[in-house]
Design a protein around this ligand. Structure first.
Ligand code: PLP
Length: 449
């Protein structure tokens, strides 16, 4: 990339004058002006290049600018850029067929949305209509999207300001042994007690009032916490016992992130509805959706489904999905994530944890890993308090700045950093990123003890 500081300054000035950014105090942010990206890297206008350990917001599962997907979007644009949703179109039909082939069990009908949040909105609407019940149960440590129902079922602090329309949402604690709510000391205890807590919550809410339980198969933004063996199977049993729809949100965990096509495949659990977005086409064109079981599809066989979007199954987005799924199969992207996760990232992160007192726990699978950063390994006090901002968040800000100074763009959320590079990342790129992470953790170490 040729440095072009003047162009960068113009991009930045127009952004600051007119772009209103997500989740931000508008005058307290300083967005980097990005000039380009390719594969696992992006660069700014000053010629600085970063290895992207965030995959954007965990969506570029095949990296940036994959030539086959770019070409497929260009070809679709030349042939049929857009068309209304009520028609049968080649790109949409083929995308639905390929997705249904990969989703678990009998999730064979695909409702397309524009992204993840509206996939969650529609999944919960389907569950409420299918059961005729009003309520939804979801986990505190979760993120399900920024629209009204999706933000209400979300557990993290982004929900708080939007809790005006929460009718029918009840939160519970999902298992997380490292910060157990159940005084558990083993995964088995955590699993059994979390299931007991969920069923008791359900009984006190009135199971006949609950339409759905929604869970991220592996919670993502909330901390990448693979559930203990048996937990999701237990939730499935509870749902079956009380006639409740199980929604697994795979917006972040799906399409190769965990080293399987879907995280549900890791646990042999089949939900009634599965939400997806992000990795379905690596985010090249906005696309999400709901994969629907035979039984729920049957509810809307003769009765109209009351929901839709102008761009449901947009041809450009669907053509990008068809090409992405083709690339993932041809290039063994899912297998790459599984193999390098197990043999490179996992061992390297555990080795870093052995040397850096700021690392409290390492957890993850595939290209989906979290480091829990702490002040004290014994007490497990987080490196920064829950939802910290400003001065209170300074240790995490210093960690992130150190990573960037070493050419690594890190994913940072509260007291955690997540290692979530593209699923087709190479071993050499991982080693480069892990070396930068090593240096940045030394800065976090200064805030321990
Ligand atoms: N569900 C999960 C698990 C997510 O991680 C996200 C976004 O990060 C969403 C839903 C919302 O997706 P979107 O931002 O595409 O609306």
């Amino acid at each position: 990339a040729r440095p072009d500081e003047r162009a960068g300054a113009a991009v930045k000035a127009a952004d600051r004058a007119h772009v209103f950014h997500s989740w931000s105090a508008q005058e307290l942010i300083d967005p980097l002006a990005v000039a380009g990206a390719e594969g696992s890297y992006f660069w700014d206008y000053d010629g600085r290049r970063y290895l992207d350990f965030t995959s954007g917001l965990v969506f570029t599962n095949i990296g940036y600018q994959h030539p086959k997907v770019v070409a497929a979007i260009q070809e679709q644009a030349a042939r049929l850029t857009t068309f209304a949703p009520a028609f049968a179109l080649e790109a949409r039909s083929e995308a639905a067929r390929l997705i249904a082939e990969r989703t678990p069990g009998d999730l064979d009908k695909i409702f397309f949305t524009n992204a993840g949040a509206d996939a969650v909105e529609h999944a919960l609407r389907m569950a409420r209509l299918h059961t005729g019940r009003p309520k939804v149960l979801s986990a505190y440590r979760s993120y399900h999207g920024g629209t009204q129902t999706a933000i209400n079922v979300t557990g993290d602090p982004r929900r708080w300001a939007s809790d005006t329309g929460t009718a029918g949402v009840v939160h519970f604690w999902a298992p997380f042994l490292y910060r157990s709510r159940f005084y558990a000391e083993t995964e088995e205890q955590e699993c059994a007690r979390a299931l007991e807590h969920l069923e008791t919550t359900l009984v006190f809410e009135g199971p006949g009032t609950v339409a759905a339980i929604i869970l991220e198969t592996i919670p993502g933004t909330a901390g990448i916490m693979p559930p203990p063996a048996g937990y999701l199977a237990g939730v499935r049993e509870i749902c079956d016992k009380y006639g409740i729809v199980l929604v697994l949100d795979e917006v972040m965990a799906g399409f190769g992130r965990t080293g399987e096509w879907f995280a549900a495949d890791l646990y042999d659990v089949v939900p009634d509805l599965l939400t997806f977005a992000k990795g379905v086409n690596s985010g090249y064109v906005p696309l999400g959706g709901v994969a629907i079981s035979g039984e729920i599809a049957e509810t809307f066989a003769k009765r109209p489904y009351p929901g839709g979007l102008t761009y449901s199954g947009h041809p450009l987005a669907c053509a990008a999905a068809v090409a992405t799924l083709g690339v993932m199969a041809e290039e063994g992207v899912v297998e790459n994530a599984a193999r390098l996760g197990e043999h490179v990232v996992g061992p390297a992160l555990r080795e870093l944890a052995g040397r850096h007192p700021s690392v409290g726990e390492v957890r993850g699978v595939g290209m989906f890993w979290a480091l829990e950063l702490v002040r004290d390994r014994e007490t497990r006090e987080p490196l920064v308090p829950y939802n910290a901002t400003g001065e209170a968040n300074a240790p995490m800000a210093a960690f992130a700045a150190a990573a960037k100074a070493h050419g690594l763009w890190p994913f940072v959320n509260m007291n955690r950093t997540h290692v979530v590079p593209p699923c087709n990342v190479s071993e050499a790129e991982l080693k480069e990123g892990l070396a930068a992470l090593d240096a940045a953790l030394s800065v976090a170490d200064e805030h321990t003890g």
